[in-house]
Write a protein that binds this ligand. Structure first.
Ligand code: MN
Length: 130
């Protein structure tokens, strides 16, 4: 069974790159372009991990993380914040909102999937060699 990653990201290029890298390593990706849609999808698909952009329309990533954590079925799903903010305190804000970890943009194609896989209970099957 493939690990399912819910990607909540409004930037098409970032979404494309993250999806490409995750697919290449055997993850199934379900994408949402804003928080409300992501929260709705999360409850339907029950992902193994959520990648959450912080700069989003409608709700920012901190609000989305808090809302997800308030849902019983989402209490233990790893949430990784993805943000281009290089500001001090961002990491703490992400963690305080319920995120388990933090990845900085721009996405590094060489380390992205490795960073994410640390938060998953098991490695994906049919992982390709680098
Ligand atoms: Mn964004």
């Amino acid at each position: 069974m493939k690990n399912i990653v819910l990607l909540i990201e409004d930037n098409e290029q970032n979404s494309y790159l993250a999806t490409f890298l995750l697919n290449k390593h055997g993850y199934k990706v379900v994408a949402a372009a804003d928080g409300p849609r992501g929260i709705e999808l999360a409850q339907t698909i029950i992902p193994d991990l959520i990648l959450l952009d912080i700069q989003l329309p409608l709700m920012d990533g901190y609000e989305v993380a808090s809302a997800l954590r308030a849902i019983e079925s989402m209490k233990h799903v790893p949430i990784i914040a993805v943000t281009s903010y290089a500001m001090v305190g961002d990491r703490e804000k992400s963690l305080a909102a319920g995120c388990n970890g933090y990845i900085e943009k721009p996405i590094n194609p060489d380390t992205f999937v490795t960073e994410i896989s640390r938060f998953l209970p098991s490695p994906p099957l049919n992982e390709e060699a680098p």
